[in-house]
Design a protein around this ligand. Structure first.
Ligand SMILES: C[S@@+](CC[C@H](N)C(=O)[O-])C[C@H]1O[C@@H](n2cnc3c(N)ncnc32)[C@H](O)[C@@H]1O
Length: 272
């Protein structure tokens, strides 16, 4: 969801990257990009709004989280907290967690402007600073999960902090998009690499030689296995269709592609 972000000169590679290196790259990357991200997408997201992805499907329409009123809710990769603010407006006790300090500063700015505050902490999806069984719902809207290398830890952490029967819901780039160039035009409709190649997408800063951005890919089957292994039962897999008349381009997401291939996958799973 951030493929349109401006970068210093980088070279793109495919190679293994561990959790420490992913985090070292993605935290500062989101700090650098946060101002532009909020300026470009803030209005579409809505200060007190919950969209699951560039197609614009809202939680009010999708109802993937289940009831949130009077529930303890954690958003992982909360960014500026728009989704958590919407949950709060519905009566839920939502709190946010994000790796980027600058994103959390935007969250605070919007708290003050909107009058709906989201308590938020700086942290990572693979090490949640909360006691076991603290939440009824854990969710993530394009936050964290595709940026994490140790995904079994992140899914395990969601399970650990959920109460029995609690819901884990998250959106990610639809795994089938991995096959295509990240191009919103017709080039982006031509499969050019293997769906089964999980080698991470890596950007390396040309000047410093440091990894500056990482994304990790898992197939649909990988996600089903990850959830089952962590003790979840998969309840729904939502693949939002591109709405008629929706012409907004967001990175590699566009009507040109969205009319043919799914761009977002939303999983909802309950802890057994
Ligand atoms: C595409 S933004 C989504 C934010 C928000 N949900 C939204 O829709 O605007 C991805 C967010 O994930 C955060 N993130 C990346 N890696 C993370 C990690 N390991 N743990 C927690 N958050 C992470 C980034 O800092 C960024 O704010």
């Amino acid at each position: 969801m951030d493929a349109d972000q401006p970068q210093p000169p980088v070279r793109v590679e495919r190679r293994p990257v561990d959790e420490a290196e992913s985090r070292r790259a993605n935290g500062p990357d989101w700090d650098r990009y946060a101002d532009e991200y909020q300026a470009t997408h803030g209005e579409f997201l809505g200060d007190v709004g919950f969209v699951w992805g560039p197609e614009g499907l809202t939680e009010a329409e999708a109802r993937v989280l289940g009831p949130v009123a009077d529930r303890d809710v954690l958003e992982v990769g909360s960014g500026a907290g728009q989704c958590s603010r919407w949950v709060r407006a519905q009566g839920g006790r939502a709190i946010g967690l994000d790796l980027s300090f600058r994103q959390l500063q935007h969250s605070r700015r919007i708290d003050l402007g909107s009058g709906v505050g989201v308590p938020s902490v700086l942290g990572t999806a693979t090490h949640l600073p909360f006691a076991d069984a603290s939440f009824d719902v854990v969710f993530s809207s394009f936050g964290a999960l595709q940026f994490v290398s140790d995904i079994d830890l992140a899914v395990g952490e969601a399970a650990r902090v959920l109460r029995p029967g609690g819901r884990f819901a998250f959106s990610i780039t639809h795994p089938t998009r991995w096959m295509f160039p990240d191009d919103p035009g017709e080039e982006g409709l031509v499969a050019s690499q293997s769906y089964w190649d999980r080698t991470p997408y890596v950007e390396v800063d040309d000047e410093t030689g440091r990894v500056s951005y990482v994304e990790h890919h898992r197939t649909l089957g990988d996600w089903v296995a990850l959830l089952a292994d962590a003790g979840f039962a998969l309840m729904r897999l939502v693949e939002p269709e591109w709405p008629e008349g929706h012409e907004r381009v967001w990175g590699g997401w566009s009507g040109t592609r969205g009319r043919f291939t799914p761009g977002t996958a939303i999983f909802a799973a309950d802890l057994r």
